[in-house]
Write a protein of this length. Structure first.
Length: 224
């Protein structure tokens, strides 16, 4: 018979037997619950009759078990929801392959007299100006868009410069200035790219856009 000291603690031998000191793999919630109940029953059977287990102590142990079991079940539910959400994101992202998207970025690529980019306004603006610059930072073309509503605004550039000569094919950068009541308001430059593939990793689902890079679904401001 296993000896239990008067402080109602289980002997080291019994703990080693129940916990399985050679077992290194993580136990499931059910296994943990079974071991706990076995320990509790054994502890009650071998308790000192002159110093029985305190009801408050037993209740506290049961409450701890309930808490741990509840957390395990919650984690399992969250993992299932995460898997379902990621699958939904993958399907949504896959449907975008081959489509053009506008995402935050200041690059614009000119090819054969055509370049696509965009502007994102958080608030309506009285006047919006776009300045396109070459690789040396020189302004080659300025576009006065006038008053614009809040939201994403797709735009095109035919490659014409302010001097009237066509710009060479290649990569340019652009900046946006938006004024409202004479004060600057938030304006975000949007780069254009075509989705070529979808990747799924520990960070979630991302879209691979040549010329732009890897972008999250939340980064997309407009699909063209």
């Amino acid at each position: 018979m296993t000896t239990v000291q008067s402080n109602n603690t289980v002997s080291a031998d019994l703990m080693a037997t129940m916990n399985g000191t050679q077992k290194t793999t993580a136990s499931t919630a059910q296994e943990a619950q079974d071991r706990f109940m076995t320990l509790l029953v054994t502890q009650m059977k071998t308790q000192d009759p002159l110093n029985p287990l305190d009801n408050a102590q037993v209740t506290s142990q049961l409450a701890q078990l309930s808490t741990v079991t509840g957390i395990d079940k919650l984690n399992a539910t969250l993992q299932a929801l995460q898997g379902s959400y990621q699958s939904s994101q993958s399907l949504q992202a896959a449907s975008m392959i081959g489509h053009g998207v506008l995402v935050p970025g200041s690059n614009v690529d000119l090819a054969d007299g055509r370049a696509v980019f965009g502007v994102q306004l958080d608030n309506p603006a009285d006047n919006v100006t776009v300045t396109i610059r070459d690789s040396a930072g020189h302004a080659v073309h300025t576009m006065d868009l006038g008053a614009q509503s809040a939201g994403a605004l797709p735009m095109t550039w035919d490659g014409a410069t302010d001097s009237g000569t066509p710009a060479a094919n290649g990569r340019y950068t652009f900046e946006v200035t938006a004024l409202r009541g004479g004060q600057r308001t938030t304006a975000t430059a949007l780069s254009f790219g075509q989705v070529s593939s979808v990747s799924t990793g520990t960070q979630g689902v991302s879209l691979n856009v040549p010329g732009v890079g890897s972008v999250n679904l939340s980064d997309i401001r407009q699909i063209l």
